[in-house]
Design a protein around this ligand. Sequence first.
Ligand code: UDP
Length: 257
Amino acid sequence: MKWIKGDFLHAGKAKDVYAVKNHSELVWMEFKDNLTAFNGKKKSSFKGKGQVNRDISSLVFRFLKKEKINNHWVADINDTGMICQKIKVVPLEVVVRNRLAGSTAKKFQISEGQSLSKSLVEFYYKKDELGDPFISSEQAIAFGFVSTKSEIEFLKEKALQVNEKLKYFFDAIGLELIDFKLEFGKGEDLKNQGNKPDEEGFLLGDEISCDSCRLWDKKTGEKKDKDRFRLDLGGVEESYRKVLECLEQKWIQEIKI
Ligand code: UDP
């Protein structure tokens, strides 16, 4: 299929979004080389980062599709493009935690790496200017970001299902999934491309990569994700590339979509 890039729609921190000519139900996401942290306050980049993140995200989305978790991935295009189902993104970041890490561990003065008896799902309001504040389920409904309690319950349940799939996906290459962030949207025309929304009308979107997941080496505990950049640990590019290389080696034959 030959996709043609249409009008520029939106600039994000790590991706730009364009229309796809003659396909109002699709968007063209272009992954950029930018690396940002702390809601855009810390900035860097490396050449090829857009391609690495596109490739990791694509593998993850194709794996999830195969595992019957619907999502917005339609096709990869060129080195850094991804054709996706167009969705209206819900302004909530859905975070799943298997162990405590990062700012949450700090906030409660609990040592980083503490495992949780049960995986946690949390919501954050997606607003860089406010630093993406924590939002309760009740607030998310009261403020109109979702319509009903059953929508919130659905997002929690779906996030936990994704967690189980991703734990297995990364465990197979020796990495433990510590936490990650998901974004969901609702679509106007989700009938095409086989990307059916779930019962509540949600479809998993955005990206899932070393930018949005904490991944630790199972044996050594070494951080392989964006914390290398956040905490100035060095070796960011090498780490991202190694994660991609291992995922491709392990999964590319099995996924084949
Ligand atoms: N995360 C993300 N984008 C955000 C906030 C968090 O992708 O805007 C990811 C982050 O990489 C981590 C998980 O969500 O894998 C949980 O992040 P946390 O709430 O612990 O925030 P942080 O410690 O990074 O401030």
